[in-house]
Design a protein around this ligand. Structure first.
Ligand code: PLP
Length: 446
């Protein structure tokens, strides 16, 4: 093949050329099949090649694909915003559409600042976030992200937002039960608020279940409730970043629902379109939009392609599919099935430190020593090795950071499409075993 002009994530590496996808499987041009145990990047929630989505695309393009949002609205965009409202049981009433998860969290940040400006509190500008978090790659989103590897090159131009610890019980440094540790971590928020002064803080942002930066870290019960309480007491908005967890991935439409938490702003992406088109959203409650509605009436943000009818129609078809096929419930059932079997792998493979997650968002942390939880010294290499061995054995795994502060650690995420059957779960486990056995062999040479 001629020299490629396409810049790919790793230069100088050859990637398989994809041919087509069907359900949980992808097929490359050589005919090799891959079980998509990662839904790409935890995105292809309804699986690949779904006919209804193709039909929705054709129908929408035959009417209108693009109009500019300051000139027209469209039925597709209106219906999508309504669908999000009903899907979230009215937790969010309004949605602002963008094209990626990074843009969604960036918009949420600006929205929070604007909210306080409209309420005559312009000094409330800072955002608090956590180490071991990922909110996106644009500068505002990256500033909020506690993901050392992704921040490293740009540290000097980032805001210093991440300031509190993640509730990462597997590596709890104290002799505390899970609940007490969760409370301790949540109370760090109160400490930082006291130090900075609530009058300077606009919002706190968190992923309810930590994705790429922690490999499915589920907070202890009581943690998010305490966080929300602190936010309310100090007049700070709570932004739930549900880009990875939203729309059924963890078994509920919002991961926040597992703990009965009502966020002020929610960001969506990934599963919102299942990867069929780039679309994401910053959605908000009535209480957040009201001061803007009664004030400037304009959100400063958005992009040329925001709310384009084609992407909205596709996203609407995807969410309708999620609803029609009860994919949230299915994620709970197949998630439990997989989790039970994966937890047993700790007994087989001494390098599996922890298996955690909710629904079909499952993290496996890899360690040098199961007893001491010592991470692999060459941790980045280890994660990449497992992922590439997975590719060889026909299973796609998602690399994640974890370990000590998300700097020294190796982990993978298992997050297949929510449509996966039990038989396909067994096939996933079979291919994963082959991958882990191959890794075990390689470990001997480390
Ligand atoms: C929780 C979370 N927020 C935001 C983002 C950024 O989304 P995108 O890659 O679509 O910009 C991601 C991506 O992995 C994510 O997991």
């Amino acid at each position: 093949m001629n020299q490629s002009s396409l810049i790919k994530p790793t230069l100088g590496v050859s990637y398989p050329m994809i041919s087509y996808g069907k359900g949980v499987f992808l097929y490359d041009q050589s005919g090799k099949d891959y079980l998509d145990a990662a839904s790409g990047a935890v995105t292809a929630n309804i699986g690949h090649g779904v006919q209804e989505i193709k039909e929705a695309m054709i129908e929408q393009t035959s009417q209108i694909s693009f109009v500019y949002r300051s000139q027209f609205t469209s039925e597709a965009a209106e219906k999508l915003a309504d669908k999000i409202k009903t899907f979230t049981k009215g937790i969010v009433s309004y949605s602002f559409f963008v094209n990626s998860g990074s843009e969604a969290t960036e918009t949420a940040l600006k929205l929070a600042i604007q909210y306080w400006q409209e309420k005559n509190r312009p000094e409330k500008q800072k955002i608090i976030s956590r180490w071991m978090s990922y909110h996106g790659i644009t500068l505002g989103a990256l500033s909020m992200s506690g993901h050392p590897i992704r921040r490293k090159r740009f540290t000097s131009i980032l805001e210093s937002y991440p300031s509190i610890s993640a509730p990462y019980y597997y590596r709890c440094p104290y002799d505390l039960d899970e609940y007490a540790y969760g409370q301790l971590c949540a109370n760090e928020l109160e400490t930082i608020i006291r130090r900075l002064g609530a009058n300077h803080i606009a919002a706190f942002i968190a992923e309810p279940i930590i994705g790429a930066a922690g490999a499915a870290i589920v907070p202890p019960n009581g943690y998010l409730q305490r966080i929300k309480q602190i936010c309310e007491e100090h007049e700070i908005l709570f932004i739930a970043d549900e880009v990875m967890t939203g729309f059924g991935r963890t078994g509920k439409m919002l991961a926040c629902e597992h703990w009965g938490i009502v966020p002020d702003i929610v960001t969506f992406g990934k599963g919102m379109s299942g990867g069929y088109t780039p679309i994401a959203a910053a959605s908000m409650s009535d209480a957040v939009l009201d001061p803007i509605l009664n004030g400037s009436k304009m959100i400063i943000g958005g992009h040329t392609l925001s709310a384009n009818p084609l992407s909205c129609a596709i996203s609407l078809a995807v969410l309708t599919y999620v609803d029609k096929h009860n994919l949230g419930e299915r994620a709970t059932e197949s998630g439990e099935y997989l989790m039970n079997k994966l937890a047993k792998k700790k007994e087989i493979y001494s390098f599996i430190g922890d298996v955690r997650g909710k629904g079909l968002l499952i993290g496996i942390e890899l360690v040098e020593n199961q007893e001491t939880k010592e991470p692999f010294a060459n941790c980045g290499e280890v994660t990449n090795l497992v992922v590439s061995l997975g590719m060889e054995h026909g299973i796609i795994l998602y690399p994640a950071a974890a370990g000590l502060d998300g700097v020294t650690g190796s982990a993978i995420i298992i997050a297949p499409p929510l449509t996966i059957s039990f038989a396909e779960c067994d096939e996933l486990l079979r291919r994963l075993d082959l991958t882990l056995q191959a890794f075990q062999e390689k470990c001997k040479s480390y």
